[in-house]
Design a protein around this ligand. Structure first.
Ligand code: TYD
Length: 235
């Protein structure tokens, strides 16, 4: 290995990983497992979620998931998701990345593109403008799209919840979830450098191994550590 093998790696900044996909795909579990796997090799990662992740954004989450904003329509929902994202990026994501932490986020801008854009028919130029305002240059380095048949995801989500309330988006019918799946796959196809589709129709451990192999291949955590002068050169 040449001595400048790490040249060009910006190791001053952490890496930003997002999980996306339909309901019950296992995003939050896999986000936790990825953070634990990174911790084992010495990479400090914050796990967070959207909507929410910071104080004000968590309050906006309640408004969004309770259905309070729903009567105002998908464009208004997109505005409130974006408002929550501004708070989250400013108070958690950007400072963490700047300090050299990795950030693993359960849902991010692709959920707005899919739910409000593709399914809610919100004008793509509005979605793009909100994204630019809320996120700026704080874009994910890697987005893992957890893909599975909607029936499997909805059955898992129902088991997790137990009998009782479904939220604003879980209550939609099967056609909605089929379209949602197609929307996420289209996003992945449009940005293959950033996005990886992972088959989530499997057990937790198998999925975690697949995710780890994508993360090591695309983001090279050991090389990133070495470029910071922390840890041995490797994957
Ligand atoms: P959550 O309970 O976190 O769902 P899940 O476990 O499926 O991630 O609820 C988040 C819901 O909000 C989910 O149905 C997707 C939706 N959502 C949007 O519609 N737009 C967005 O920009 C985001 C971040 C989420």
């Amino acid at each position: 290995m040449s001595s400048n093998a790490n040249a060009g790696i910006d190791a001053g900044r952490g890496r930003f990983v997002t999980f996306e996909g339909g309901e019950g795909a296992g995003k939050s579990t896999q986000a936790r497992l990825l953070a634990a796997a990174l911790a084992e090799v010495g990479v400090d990662a914050a796990t967070t979620r959207e909507p929410g992740g910071s104080k004000t954004a968590e309050r906006l989450r309640e408004a969004l998931l309770s259905g309070l904003v729903e009567p105002l329509g998908p464009a208004a929902e997109a505005l409130v998701f974006a408002a929550a994202r501004i708070d989250h990026v400013d108070h958690l994501i950007r400072p963490a990345l700047a300090s050299g932490r990795w950030v693993i986020c359960d849902r991010f801008v692709d959920s707005t593109r899919a739910y409000q854009g593709a399914l809610g028919n919100v004008d793509p130029s509005l979605i793009a403008a909100l994204e630019k305002t809320a996120v700026g240059d704080c874009r994910p380095d890697l987005t893992l799209i957890l893909d599975l048949p909607p029936e499997t995801g909805l059955a898992r989500a129902a088991r997790r919840r137990g009998p009782g309330a479904v939220d604003r988006f879980e209550k939609q019918g099967p056609e909605f979830h089929e379209q949602l799946r197609r929307a996420f796959l289209a996003i992945a196809r449009a940005e293959p450098e950033r996005c990886a589709i992972v088959d989530a129709d499997t057990d937790e451990a198998t999925l975690a191994r697949e995710i780890w192999s994508v993360v090591t291949r695309k983001l090279r955590p050991l090389r990133w550590l070495a470029a910071r002068g922390e840890g041995a050169m490797g994957a």
